[in-house]
Design a protein around this ligand. Structure first.
Ligand SMILES: N[C@@H](CCC(=O)N[C@@H](CS)C(=O)NCC(=O)O)C(=O)O
Length: 290
């Protein structure tokens, strides 16, 4: 229905067909739809996720911790959000918001659930004393940018990305509104990165890990079809330099593969239980490419 003919009814009712590409998963209620226990592996950390930008933040963090010599071994299990795995009872117990990523930290006597990607990054950073200064202005600046990402990305993904790429029709009003906001956010980052190597200062931090999967990958032209051209991402010089530098990190390249279920089979590691899995368990090796 075109924008100019729609009058909202007095009380909204759910039309299951109105969710565009995600109509099959989105509902106006929370809670589980079915009973399903989550699998558990041998490591202290059990990650239930998918290689979307929010998922990649956490797998990059684990791979960076391991690369830095921390004992941060983890089992990563694939949650297929297209199939509704996020509404299984075991997953909802760990994240009542039914969104990936969700983590169960079994390194304590009583396991701790951790949901919201920013909370997971902080939890791991504090546990290992890594990628987040322990105190002082540099810690505050890192958290400034971490929370900036958590607050800003829904306008990029749920706003711009949804209307530019996924909505059933192209509507000029929301595309204009969210393209302007997306470009404003890109300029925020570009100006900050003109003055420093990384987003929160001269050290790589959980703020970079949170921001790069969204804005770095947009700058590299990897998200939302032709959005890179549409938003003229090449014009953000400092953002480009940072995006490419982070993309080249081996831990980032590994983190992008974990729980990935689209793309070239050699880039997909559906589950990760061991460092050797990158060499032996990718979809091209186990022959179940999707
Ligand atoms: N603020 C949350 C957002 C998580 C989120 O939106 N996850 C998406 C994938 S990127 C999801 O699980 N969607 C499934 C659904 O909406 O049913 C976080 O950062 O962890």
């Amino acid at each position: 229905m075109a924008d100019d003919t729609y009058t909202p009814p007095e009380v909204w009712t759910w039309d299951a067909e109105s969710g565009g590409q995600f109509a099959s998963t989105n509902r106006p209620i929370a809670g589980p739809t079915h009973d399903k226990e989550l699998p558990t592996g041998k490591h202290p950390f059990q990650l239930y996720s998918l290689a979307t930008p929010n998922g990649v933040k956490v797998t990059v963090m684990f791979e960076e911790l391991l690369a830095a010599g921390h004992d941060a071994e983890y089992d990563a299990w694939l949650i297929d959000i297209g199939e509704g795995d996020q509404f299984g009872s075991g997953f909802v117990d760990i994240n009542p918001n039914s969104k990936i990523p969700a983590l169960l930290d079994r390194s304590r006597e009583t396991p701790v659930r951790v949901f919201e990607s920013g909370s997971i990054l902080m939890h791991l950073a504090e546990k290992y004393g890594a990628f987040l200064p322990a105190s002082g202005p540099s810690r505050t600046e890192t958290l400034n940018w971490l929370f900036w990402q958590m607050g800003s990305a829904p306008y990029l993904g749920g706003g711009f990305g949804h209307f530019y790429q996924y909505a059933p029709e192209k509507y000029e009003y929301p595309i204009n509104r969210f393209a302007m906001e997306a470009k404003r956010q890109l300029d925020v980052l570009d100006r900050a990165l003109a003055e420093r190597d990384f987003i929160a200062g001269e050290s790589y931090s959980i703020a970079d890990m949170a921001i790069w999967p969204w804005y770095g990958q947009l700058a590299l032209g990897r998200t939302y079809g032709d959005a890179g051209t549409f938003l003229d991402v090449e014009s953000y010089e400092h953002l480009q330099r940072w995006a490419k530098a982070i993309d080249a990190r081996p831990a980032v390249q590994r983190g992008r593969m974990v729980n990935r279920s689209v793309g070239e089979p050699e880039t997909q590691l559906h589950e990760r239980h061991d460092a050797a899995d990158f060499d032996t368990q990718t979809q091209d090796k186990i022959g179940e490419g999707s």
